[in-house]
Design a protein around this ligand. Structure first.
Ligand code: SF4
Length: 313
């Protein structure tokens, strides 16, 4: 039994039959026969309630055993120390960031031979063939990207008609390309061949190359620095072939050639300009293999290209 008067003199202390539900809002449990009433009351209301009961002649209440409240989580009063050890240990195990800020990219100096080619004029098919051979020889010994140069089987320079009206620019060699030394072979290349055939073209009519001439490890995307390193060779090929149309296959090709930030989905479906060439961007065949629903859009792009090519011929 609880003597009510014992509970009155200390209003600041929560009474034993009270459970603090929220600070400032004690819960009063009042047993009455078989029922238990639970009320949320302020301390002042509890005092008034008890005084009312006392004045009504009630002096004792039966003891109510309430379940012990689960301990409240401790709120730290001081800030936890910064997890420097964890941060340091995880930093040591994480791979280095793969993407460099484009603004921190510095293109290497253009070699004298490439500079000479860039300043030369290539009119005849023979001149173009000779120019491309010279450039390919420089590329074969290139060490501008140490990681790629160390891992390549061979450089993948480019193939096709040195006097092509249409140039295809892809991303970078994959495993098949690295092995064969030719861009766009393997499943993506086979799909590209089908697209070329659907356009009533032949592969030999087109000149095909990539943003990079060496295979990135694990087929990762080219790093901005690697694209910058290889740019002089791409510029050389464009200068020599001098195509009227360039098709950028995929976001990597489109962004690097055009200096764009937008993905290919926002660049496709219209002609853009690069130097003397009209540029059309569309989805990479590898993407189309993974997302067949995008083939319709790529086909629309190719129809746009062929309409333009045929109207100008
Ligand atoms: S990717 Fe281009 S720049 Fe880099 S090492 Fe190969 S050829 Fe040289």
């Amino acid at each position: 039994m609880w003597q009510l008067r014992q509970l009155l003199p200390k209003p600041a202390v929560a009474p034993p039959f009270c459970e603090t539900e929220r600070p400032g809002h004690p819960v009063v449990v009042i047993p009455s026969g078989k029922e238990t009433f639970i009320k949320t009351m302020s301390s002042r209301a509890i005092r008034q309630f008890l005084q009312m009961m006392i004045s009504s002649g009630v002096s004792h209440l039966p003891t109510v055993i309430l379940p012990k409240p689960s301990p409240r989580p401790k709120i730290p009063t001081k800030r936890s120390p910064a997890p420097t050890a964890l941060a340091n240990s995880s930093a040591s195990t994480l791979p280095a960031p793969k993407q460099l800020d484009r603004q921190s990219v510095v293109a290497p100096p253009v070699s004298e031979l490439v500079q000479g080619l860039l300043e030369s004029s290539f009119q005849s098919r023979e001149q173009k063939t000779e120019g491309l051979l010279k450039l390919a020889e420089v590329v074969s010994g290139c060490q501008n990207c140490p990681e790629l140069a160390a891992g390549r089987t061979q450089t993948v320079f480019g193939v096709g008609n040195p006097a092509a009206k249409i140039m295809f620019v892809g991303e970078a060699p994959g495993a098949d390309e690295d092995r064969k030394g030719e861009p766009f072979v393997g499943p993506a290349g086979q799909l590209l061949d089908k697209i070329i055939a659907a356009c009533a073209l032949q592969r030999s009519e087109i000149y095909i190359c990539n943003i990079l001439r060496c295979r990135p490890p694990g087929n990762r995307n080219p790093l901005p620095q690697e694209a910058a390193n290889c740019r002089q060779f791409l510029d050389g090929q464009i200068k020599i072939v001098n195509p009227e149309y360039i098709v950028c296959w995929g976001t990597v090709a489109a962004q690097n050639l055009l200096g764009e930030q937008r993905p290919v989905g926002q660049l496709r479906g219209k002609f853009l300009a690069y130097g003397n060439a009209k540029v059309l961007c569309t989805y990479h065949p590898s993407y189309l293999l993974r997302n067949p629903s995008a083939k319709k859009l790529a086909w629309e792009d190719m129809q746009l290209l062929m309409k333009e090519v045929n109207s100008g011929s």
